[in-house]
Design a protein around this ligand. Structure first.
Ligand code: ATP
Ligand code: FE
Length: 335
């Protein structure tokens, strides 16, 4: 079974071809234009998707070494995401499926981040049901109880900023470029995580909050630079290490609580922030300390990509779960 996956929810135009469980191609056109603005500009994203989508899909088919007539179905991201961006992928997928007279499969982007764990990839184990999935990205922070492929329940999520946003906004305060997550991570590994203390937010249950942290960091930097204008550059590694220590602490507190409450010890992560060295280390500690088994997908399947859309397409294909031509994009689609 050959399925084409199309992803256009945010600022990456992506297409992938999957043959049964294996990814044959995974193409991404990243929109560099947003870097200059320090964040994604929806209007520009939509326009770039329109320019990218045809060449990206062509390239995905070419790399997979198949003709479009060999495809069995087209899977696309229906939501959540930016409306203008989603519309480009949705309309493209609909017309391609209609032209080829093959089924159309709609995919929830947040389910796809989780189901990326089911791509056949050497050296990567698939989590057994039930497992806990923590999706940590630029737009989301969720803990999901996954009982089966399409039986998922969000048991915790952020009430304000996403964790990736916390990284990016902290980075902006420190004068680091966008996205700042990888840069903070790199410097954090050279610094002392206990050099500066930022208080963790008090949010009951399994929900997260990150907006207070950003404010705390802003005030702290303002106060310190008033005394010493070179404070940031002299202490950048320690500042980054302390921010990272606080963020990872917040994530781990909730993950531990979720595992305790549900009794589930299989823990999977996904989303761009799962590249972070601190969270990876913390998960390893969870394995030895709490008897967890942890799952981190291959890097290219953690950030926004179409391979994860294609695997969901394949799983839905097996269940004959298709959608109609009158399907519409949904910016706030829920799990
Ligand atoms: P969403 O997937 O929710 O729509 P998105 O597309 O912005 O949002 P991703 O592409 O999954 O999210 O991830 C990007 C985010 O990951 C950015 O906020 C970036 O700073 C962060 N990030 C990437 N690498 C690291 C790292 N090593 N440490 C911390 N954060 C990181
Ligand atoms: Fe995403």
């Amino acid at each position: 079974i050959y399925i084409l996956g199309i992803e256009s929810s945010c600022d990456d135009t992506a297409a992938a071809v999957i043959h049964n469980g294996k990814i044959l191609s995974n193409v991404i056109a990243n929109q560099k234009i947003h870097e200059a603005y320090g964040g994604v500009v929806p209007e520009l994203a939509s326009r770039a998707h329109q320019q990218n989508i045809v060449p990206v899909v062509d390239q995905a088919l070419k790399k997979a070494n198949i003709a479009k007539e060999q495809l069995h179905a087209i899977a696309f991201t229906r939501g959540p995401g930016l409306m203008g961006s989603l519309l480009v992928g949705t309309s493209f997928a609909k017309s391609l499926a209609m032209g080829l007279n093959i089924p159309l499969i709609d995919v929830n982007h947040m389910q796809a981040h989780i189901l990326a764990h089911f791509i056949d990839e050497e050296g990567f184990n698939k989590p057994p049901f039930p497992f806990l999935a923590m999706t940590i990205s630029g737009g989301h922070t969720q803990i999901v109880k996954v009982s089966n492929y399409f039986d998922m329940e969000v048991i915790g999520e952020t009430i304000d900023d996403a964790v990736g946003e916390a990284y990016d906004k902290s980075g902006k305060i420190l004068g680091l470029g966008y996205p700042a997550g990888p840069q903070i991570d790199k410097r954090a590994q050279l610094g002392n995580p206990k050099a500066f203390k930022f208080t963790k937010p008090k949010v009951a249950g399994l929900n997260f909050s990150f907006s207070g942290l950003k404010t705390a960091i802003l005030y702290f930097i303002q106060k310190e630079t008033a005394n010493n204008p070179n404070f940031v550059e002299e202490n950048i590694n320690d500042i980054c290490a302390s921010i990272q220590y606080t963020i990872i602490g917040i994530l781990m507190d909730k993950l531990k609580l979720a595992s305790k409450q549900t009794g589930i010890k299989h823990i999977a992560i996904g989303g761009g922030v799962s590249a972070n060295s601190g969270i990876r280390q913390a998960l390893k500690t969870g394995e030895s300390k709490f008897g967890w088994t942890t799952y981190v997908p291959k890097f290219e399947f953690t950030t926004d990509n179409a391979a994860m859309i294609a695997i969901v397409g394949y799983l839905k294909f097996l269940e004959n779960d298709f959608t109609e031509q009158d399907v519409t994009a949904s910016a706030r689609l829920k799990i």
